[in-house]
Design a protein around this ligand. Structure first.
Ligand SMILES: [Fe+2]
Length: 231
């Protein structure tokens, strides 16, 4: 009698378990449906950046890169240059997919506030003798950032104010170009036709932020460059 009761009890327990399993089986698809990894919205296409337009190197690329060639053109041999309009020139070097390029070499060269280059074909060591370094070289950090301390270049020989750039980075094409200032970036027609300049002048033109303090005007210029891959 006792064993019969035990069998009945066991059957009742088994039936209860079966019912629970059945209910679970019925609800499993809906549970699973929550776990299915649904395809998200179509992956946004990675916008490619346009490489910075190239321009002529021009005749005044530095003859020699010796001596004081750091990123502060307003300090030469420990002396500060106090002529012209002081300008901070900074930006990032990027690949066309927007990634920062670290350890890129960034070179700039430009005229001083008298319109003269530190070059044997222009004023020789004139700018340097006056205390202006004339050209500088630096390297980007891990974020692809570079910065220079310089002065705003001026018009010379019919050319608008500009800073020359040469950027070298592993796996990327060398980029030689020039940066211009908003409102004063027009080239004369003759120079535009024969000067080896990019048609996309606006893409090489920046609006420098003007800061005035204690009667001194300084400029804050930001210029990012995008390098084409060699791959
Ligand atoms: Fe120039």
């Amino acid at each position: 009698m006792i064993s019969r009761s035990l069998v009945l009890l066991e059957e009742i327990q088994m039936n209860t378990i079966r019912r629970k399993l059945h209910r679970l089986a019925l609800s499993l698809p809906s549970v699973l449906s929550l776990l299915v990894i649904r395809p998200g919205p179509a992956r946004a296409q990675v916008e490619k950046l346009l490489p910075t337009p190239q321009e002529a190197e021009g005749p005044f690329y530095p003859d020699t890169w010796t001596g004081d060639i750091d990123n502060d053109l307003t300090k030469l041999n420990g002396q500060s240059y106090r002529k012209g309009t002081p300008m901070t020139l900074a930006g990032r070097i990027l690949s066309v997919d927007g990634r920062p390029i670290a350890a890129a070499i960034v070179e700039i060269w430009q005229c001083d506030e008298t319109g003269k280059y530190r070059h044997s074909r222009d004023d020789g060591e004139g700018p340097a003798n006056r205390g202006f370094q004339g050209f500088g070289r630096t390297q980007t950090n891990a974020l692809g950032e570079y910065s220079f301390r310089t002065i705003k270049p001026v018009h010379y020989a019919g050319r608008p104010p500009h800073v020359h750039f040469k950027v070298l980075a592993k796996g990327h094409k060398n980029t030689i170009t020039q940066m211009y200032f908003a409102g004063e970036n027009a080239e004369s027609t003759v120079l535009r036709l024969f000067g080896g300049f990019a048609k996309e002048r606006e893409r090489l033109t920046i609006a420098a932020e003007v800061q005035r303090a204690n009667g001194i005007t300084t400029l804050n210029a930001k210029f990012d460059l995008v390098l084409e891959s060699t791959a």
